[in-house]
Design a protein. Sequence first.
Lengths: 264, 76
Amino acid sequence: MSPLVLAAGGEGFTPPGPEDFWWPIVGSNTSNWTLTRPAVMVLLSVVLIGWFFLAATKRRSLVPGKLQFVGEGIYGFIREGIGRDLIGSKDFRRFLPLLFTQFTLILVNNVFGIIPFVQFPTMSRIGFPIGLTIITYLVFHAVGLRKKGVVGYLKDLVPPGLPSWIVPFIFLLEFVDKFITRPITLSLRLFANMFAGHLLLLVFILGAEHMILDLGPGFKVVGLLSAVLAVVMTFFELLVEVLQAYIFTLLTALYIGGALAEEH
Amino acid sequence: MSTPARKPPSDDGRDGPLEEARAWGITSYLLAGLLTFGGIGLLLDRWLGTTWLVLVGLLVGVGLAFYLIWFRYGTR
C-alpha cells in the first residue's frame, strides 16, 4: 500500500496526487536510470502475453480448446473487426502484427490497473503512451509517403470536391491534424484515462480507509459508502481500460487506412 | 452495433468500426482547428497590437474544423 496511508494515520488525510504514480524500485529518485514499477510491469506483460499465445497456439485443433478459443477470438476480433474494416481487405494483412501487438499490450497493461497486488495501470505513466504513439505516427506516415510520394501524400490530405477558396485553409487544418494533433490526442487520451481512473480509485479507497479507521462513527458510514463505490468504480475502470485499448488500436488502423486510401 | 447481420465493408461504414473510429478521431480535428487558427490570431494580435484577433481565430478554427468534419464524414 501507499506510504501515504501510514502517514495519514491519525494525522489527518493526505489526498492522493501525482506523486502516487512514481514507484522507483531500484535506483534513486533523481537518477535518469531508475527501474520503476511500471517498467517491471510492462516487461511482465510481455512475458504474460507471449506465454499466453504460445500456449494458445501450441496444440491447435479443429475443435479449439478453451485457450485456443480465446486466443483465436482476440486475433479474429483484431483481424476482422479492426484491420479489415479500417485498412481495407487489400492491405490489412501486413499491419495485423502491429495492431495485434498494440491491442494486447495496451489491454494487459491497462487491466493491470485493477488486478489485485499489481493494481497500477502502466499507461498512467505518460512515457508508455508516447512510445506507442511514436510507432503509430512513424508507421502511418511512412506507408502513406511510400505509396504516394511526398507531393501525392500532401495533395491527398485535402478531400476532393471542396470549394477552391477554402482549400488552403483546409490544407493547413489537415496538415496540423495529421502531423501535430493526432499524436498528441492519441497519447494523451490513453494516458489521461488511465491516470484519472487510477486517481479516482485511490480517492475512494484511501478515503474509505481513512474514514473507517481514523474517524468517528458518523464518518464510518460514509467510509463504507466510499468503499462500496470503490468496488463499483473498479468495474467501471475495467470497462474504461478495455475500451481505451480498443480505441488506441482502432485509431492506429484508421490512420494507416487513411494514409493508404486514394482520395481521387 | 445492433444490426443482426454484418454489413459488408463496402457500405459507408455507418454503425461499423469505421464510423466509430472516425468519431474518436474528431477530437484531433477540433484541437487542430483551435491551435492553428487561434495561434495565427494570437500572432497577428502581437504583430498588430490588437487583442481580439485571437478570438476570431479560435472561432474560425472551430468553424473550419466542424465544416471539414461535416464535409468528410457527413456528405459522403
